[in-house]
Design a protein around this ligand. Structure first.
Ligand SMILES: Cc1ncc(COP(=O)(O)O)c(C=O)c1O
Length: 370
């Protein structure tokens, strides 16, 4: 760990709980041998507080999909900056983007924009409860849906979540043994293993339970733009965020069947002041432009990285993990490849030109029997 990082970290801990912006970036998640802070980024690279550069495979926790600080998006944002940012009336581009998403995502007949993944999943749960007039929400073990009380109640750091006793976190198989219908099942449609999506869809339909796919991570990474399209299973509602703007503005949305989304027009209140940021909308449009014209390239880039890799790994090409010890990742870091011990690897378009370099570093570290 660099001396400059330690000095900054001591300062930070006085004014910021944990000393960094979010849990996944905490130094104890990485450990010795990893930088804590990064000053700038470009394409596949980030630079630490000493000016040391790394190939970044954590891709801002999956928010970056084209590459850091993408020039095309920056140019588009500059182009529309003259129009303003947040206005008192809705900008026509909001409608344009919603139409585009409706034509792209199988379950989306209507869309409501928000600002973070947690907001989108919270909105989906609220819509499901309002629609079914039931309270219980089923989540699955190890699936993550954000920090809001309805979900964090079931997680280890649950203090402050209140008495939200209407969420049950179970193993996937247990779903099929439930005897009372919940309002909804919310799940990540893909993590690091195949999930019985068709059986879950069938069970939800049979019991009139709302099926919510949390595509905050899978969204725009899978071929066709979503896991629901790739696996051919359509949920009732879905949530997207992260890669939507290539990480260049906070943005998310909940979408789904019109019949459910219409509760927002009735008695289900969902509202967010910053949900119509023109920067975010412009960045989302530009990200979609690139991904569509490149025909959803992330899966193939990931596959290329994984080809003949001499270490065990789990997951799918568009998001995976190396099954190695922390020391292996420290050695990769020393050689300029940043893979966090607890972080997924998220391939981006910017990695495409340096796949050989990435493999060379991993192969070299593997040859040391680390
Ligand atoms: C699958 C999933 N859903 C929801 C969220 C929450 O998103 P955010 O951190 O933008 O609130 C995350 C964040 O990592 C996530 O991985």
């Amino acid at each position: 760990m660099a001396q400059t990082d330690l000095v900054l970290y001591r300062r930070a801990c006085k004014v910021i709980p944990t000393g960094v912006g979010t849990y996944s970036k905490m130094p104890d998640r990485f450990g010795n041998g990893f930088p804590i802070y990064s000053r700038w980024s470009e394409g596949p690279y980030v630079w630490d507080s000493r000016g040391e550069g790394y190939i970044d495979m954590a891709s801002a926790l999956g928010a970056v999909i084209l590459g850091h600080n993408n020039k095309y998006i920056r140019q588009k944002i500059r182009q529309f900056a003259g129009d303003g940012e947040i206005m008192s009336l809705t900008h026509p581009k909001v409608v344009e983007l919603a139409e585009r998403l409706v034509s792209l995502i199988p379950c989306a007949e209507q869309v409501r924009f928000l600002t973070s993944g947690s907001e989108a999943t919270t909105a989906a749960v609220k819509i499901a409860r309002a629609y079914t007039n039931r309270d219980l929400i089923i989540t699955f073990k190890d699936h993550y849906h954000g920090w809001h009380p309805w979900f964090s109640y079931t997680q280890p750091k649950s203090a402050g979540s209140g008495l939200a006793h209407t969420v049950s976190c179970i193993e996937v198989d247990k779903l099929f043994t439930l005897r009372a219908a919940p309002a909804a099942v919310i799940m990540e449609p893909a993590r690091f293993e195949a999930l019985p999506l068709e059986a879950i869809r069938k069970w939800c339909t049979q019991w009139a339970v709302v099926l919510i796919f949390d595509e905050v991570v899978t969204g725009f990474r899978y071929p066709g733009g979503s896991a629901q399209k790739h696996f051919g299973v359509t949920p009732d509602l879905a949530c997207f965020g992260k890669a939507l703007t290539n990480g260049m503005a906070p943005f998310s949305f909940v979408c789904g069947k019109k019949e459910l989304m219409q509760v927002i027009e009735k008695d289900c209140f969902i509202s967010s002041t910053y949900a119509e940021s023109l920067t975010a909308i412009t960045a989302a449009m530009a990200t979609l432009d690139v991904l569509e014209s490149e025909k959803w390239p992330i899966w193939d880039i990931g596959r290329e990285i994984l080809k003949d890799l001499p270490v065990k790994h789990k997951g799918f090409p568009c998001r995976f993990m190396l099954d190695v010890r922390r020391e292996f990742l420290v050695e990769c870091c020393k050689r300029g490849l940043l893979i966090g011990p607890h972080l997924s690897i998220f391939p981006t378009l910017a990695h495409r030109g340096i796949i050989d370099k990435i493999k060379e570093i991993i192969n070299k570290v593997a040859s040391t029997n680390c």
